[in-house]
Design a protein around this ligand. Structure first.
Ligand code: ZN
Ligand code: ZN
Length: 362
């Protein structure tokens, strides 16, 4: 039995994106001994939250409480959860469950984020076995499968750890998987919430040169301050694609607009370079690609989606070791509606983190 109630900001329709979420109680998934209940202290605001509130990717099963960059205190821990104790500071990212079967090609090899059998998101998903719906972190409490709950290492402030759990891992995993490191030049396209983590983690992984690529020249100083070595403004630097052709080993694109100049991004790659897409436009379509641009420089195009629990742990350790310091702005949970309106307007520099006034100091 629990002596706490699950309450949070609920979206009841696509209108909720306009600052119309309503505070209310919800029924969390049915408790099992594999689960952990978290008293939420912090939750980052991710671009996915906005897509979900407005039914941007698919019809959202309202009511929906979004938020999948959750940090807080474990207050109830199922018997089957071995590595977490009541009182631990823990976090949850965008994934709340996968099939976890030994014969699953993904789950059995530490790639739970790509499980095709039973992939449950931290919010807006339906659990198998009639266990109910998943609700996210703009709330007092969260209940998630213990396999997807990670301990937050000491030395990492909760407001910094929270946005790493989705925003951070989404760029860390493809950087790591595609050889970001000493001697490499890495380009980060779109320096917003995800992209700012791209710059920070590319540096932390030891890339020789990091190039921030965004639209406006006015962002240049900020991006260099983040740690980038060079900046390209695609709206304002004339001839940018030609002038910087074949200069980058690995590009991570966080852009989620189908109007992006993809063909020109690809011109920036060295021979055998790699382009990885992590931003997802509403509707999902990318601009068309000319086959010759692939053939003539032997480049590869790929994609990447979040990361596994073990990759999240690795990332958090690296963040402690290299003192990765994201740029976050704390907002009180009670002002969540205003915060999503500000986020939608593109005002976040670079991540808003909601702070639950009942469970943490603002
Ligand atoms: Zn699986
Ligand atoms: Zn996210």
């Amino acid at each position: 039995m629990t002596d706490y109630k699950f309450e949070g900001w609920l979206g009841h329709s696509p209108e909720s994106i306009n600052g119309k979420m309503e505070w209310g109680s919800f029924e969390p998934k049915k408790w099992t001994e594999d689960d952990v209940d978290i008293e939420i202290s912090h939750c980052g605001i991710c671009g996915s939250d906005l897509h979900m509130l407005r039914s941007g990717w698919a019809p959202t099963p309202y009511p929906c409480c979004v938020g999948h960059e959750i940090v807080g205190k474990a207050v109830r821990v199922g018997k089957n959860v071995k590595d977490i104790s009541v009182g631990d500071r823990v976090g949850v990212g965008a994934q709340a469950r996968s099939c976890l079967q030994p014969d699953c090609p993904e789950c059995s090899t530490g790639r739970e984020n790509y499980c095709a059998r039973s992939n449950v998101g931290t919010y807006g998903s339906i659990y198998p076995n009639d266990e109910g719906k998943s609700y996210g972190g703009y709330a007092n409490y969260n209940r998630t499968n213990g396999h997807f709950v990670v301990k937050i290492p000491e030395g990492l402030p909760s407001e910094d750890a929270a946005p790493m759990l989705c925003g951070g891992i989404t760029v860390y995993a493809p950087l790591k998987d595609n050889g970001c490191g000493p001697g490499k030049t890495v380009g980060i396209v779109g320096v917003g919430g995800l992209g700012h983590f791209g710059v920070l983690f590319a540096k932390a992984l030891g890339a020789e040169k990091v190039i921030g690529i965004s639209r406006k020249a006015s962002k240049k100083d900020e991006v260099l301050k983040l740690g980038a070595d060079q900046y390209i403004a695609t709206d304002d630097d004339e001839g940018w694609a030609k002038n910087n052709a074949r200069s980058i080993d690995l590009i991570i694109s966080t852009v989620s607009s189908d109007k992006m100049p993809l063909q020109q991004y690809l011109m920036l790659l060295k021979v055998n370079g790699t382009y990885i897409q992590v931003g997802a436009p509403d509707g999902g379509n990318l601009p068309p690609i000319n086959a010759f641009s692939l053939l003539m420089s032997g480049i590869k195009i790929g994609g990447s989606g979040i990361g596994s629990p073990s990759e999240i742990r690795q990332m958090l350790e690296l963040a402690v070791e290299k003192k990765v310091k994201p740029w976050v702005q704390k907002r009180p949970l009670k002002d969540a509606n205003q915060a999503i309106v500000d986020m939608e307007a593109g005002n976040a520099r670079y991540r808003y983190v909601l702070v639950n006034e009942k469970h943490a100091k603002l």
